[in-house]
Design a protein. Structure first.
Length: 261
């Protein structure tokens, strides 16, 4: 159960923001936020989650609980007691689990492209099919469909640099890690009942054109977390932090700076 490896970036100094990436990506998806926040008085720690990025693993499944425990162990190693936990999509499942297991270590939460409900039967089946397919055929077949479904039409038409970064991240993902994370997401808990218990300031961010984790998913979370605020970003899909970095960063720094007042 212990962390198998630790590949992470650690930039800047000040209050710590832990950045938890989405699937099937790696810590490099946070590059724009790391540069921005570390130049403005924040320490940014971004790990590669279990089985992804450089954090290789042979396990058949990587659960959200294991990933959350990995984050706590990394914080121990870096002597960080409490941090602002910021996730995107799968990173939000890990953030929900982390907040549940280690509530006293969470100073605030940022949830981008999040969904609280667990996987239903159809989602579990589709994740198992995708897990088998990547194990058999590798990631290449998934590159087009992932970039088409996760990015907004505007990003696809006008931001070739973002599209190619996304494609490269998918292509570089280890199929074993992708399959293990799919199985972990299939077995994730339903976090809906956790939401009312989250007692830290929470920023929820949604992409107006995110078809996989919709603004309605974000509203569901916003209605249940007592101290939350919701921002919906236009012309952004699921990878809103890469698609509209200026708007995302402005929302983030506004929220973070308020915490210190
Ligand atoms: C992600 O971006 O992390 C994925 O879309 C998560 C998921 O498949 O639920």
């Amino acid at each position: 159960m212990s962390r198998i490896d630790s590949h992470f970036s650690d930039n800047g100094s000040g209050s710590t923001v832990i950045l938890l990436h989405g699937f099937p990506f790696n810590r490099s998806m946070w590059r724009g936020q790391i540069e921005f926040l570390s130049a403005r008085g924040y320490r940014c720690v971004a790990p590669d989650l279990r089985g992804l990025g450089e954090n290789k693993s042979d396990a058949e499944i990587a659960t959200m609980e294991e990933m959350a425990r990995d984050v706590a162990e990394l914080m121990d190693e870096l002597k960080i007691d409490r941090a602002i936990i910021c996730g995107l999509s799968m990173g939000c499942y890990v953030a929900f689990e982390f907040a549940h297991m280690f509530p006293s270590r969470v100073e605030a939460l940022v949830l981008a492209g999040a969904r609280a409900e667990g996987a239903d039967k159809a989602e579990k089946k589709s994740r198992e099919q995708q897990a088998k397919r990547v194990r058999e055929q590798g990631m290449t077949h998934a590159i087009d469909s992932i970039s088409q479904s996760l990015l907004s039409p505007r990003t696809l038409a006008e931001k070739p640099d973002v599209v190619s970064r996304v494609r490269e991240m998918v292509a570089s993902t280890d199929p074993r890690g992708a399959a293990a994370a799919q199985r972990g997401m299939a077995t994730r808990r339903d976090y809906s009942d956790d939401l009312a218990k989250i007692d830290v300031p929470t920023l929820i961010v949604a992409g107006r054109e995110d078809g996989v984790r919709t603004p309605e998913d974000a509203e569901f979370i916003d209605e249940r977390i007592p101290n939350s605020q919701l921002i919906v970003i236009d012309d952004a899909g699921h990878l809103m932090n890469m698609e509209q970095p200026e708007i995302f960063n402005r929302a983030l720094i506004g929220f973070l700076n308020e915490l210190n007042h």
